[in-house]
Ligand binder design. Sequence first.
Ligand SMILES: CC(C)(COP(=O)(O)OP(=O)(O)OC[C@H]1O[C@@H](n2cnc3c(N)ncnc32)[C@H](O)[C@@H]1OP(=O)(O)O)[C@@H](O)C(=O)NCCC(=O)NCCS
Length: 194
Amino acid sequence: MHVKQIDAEQTLILRHQVLWPEFPIAAVKLPQDENGWHFGAFVEAPPAMNDPIAVISLFLDPIPIDNTLANSEQNKTTHLPIPVPSTAAAVRFRKFACKESMQGQGVGTALLNYTMNFAHSHLNAHVFWCDARVSSMQWYKKRGLAQFGNRFFKGAVEYVRMKKDLSAIGPWFLTKAVFLSVHAQSAIIVFMDL
Ligand SMILES: CC(C)(COP(=O)(O)OP(=O)(O)OC[C@H]1O[C@@H](n2cnc3c(N)ncnc32)[C@H](O)[C@@H]1OP(=O)(O)O)[C@@H](O)C(=O)NCCC(=O)NCCS
């Protein structure tokens, strides 16, 4: 498997199939798409080697001010929360989807790691965040992301915000690297050419 940068158009089929199949495909296009970085994971062998098996998109987007305090006990004291300024070096990932038949084999983990590395080394990101489906919250937690803010809904789907501080990433993570992801069903080698 390898990961490469792709056009926004190439993400649309998986975005639609995996995330929002009940809506028209036009609904999964984002107005911000042309200002983002899009990545796909691909298998090496035909016949499907030109179709991504997983996709993700990155955008420069300030982290929302943590709204945890808004409904908490602390808000009932006389000390109102001080707004935390947003940082310019925040990268948001969106529309992360792995083809259903390829899920659970390490592809998503490899793609997330690749793009986190890209965000840190190429976009100078210090924080990597997303609106996560609550159904995937444990998946993200296992990969080092922490929940912040309150839960909310987009349509019928419940979300929570999650983030990872990238300033702690060491140089070992940033070198050109080949890493191996071993799962029950497969061993995936990801070539990182950053
Ligand atoms: C989330 C997603 C991108 C992960 O990709 P993936 O290739 O399936 O993930 P991986 O194979 O790398 O991870 C497999 C591991 O996650 C676990 N897992 C899979 N889905 C999970 C979930 N919803 N919650 C918790 N763990 C989950 C597997 O049991 C496996 O565990 P292990 O690491 O202990 O073996 C993919 O499952 C997907 O597209 N889901 C539907 C769309 C979605 O929810 N996207 C995220 C929107 S915020």
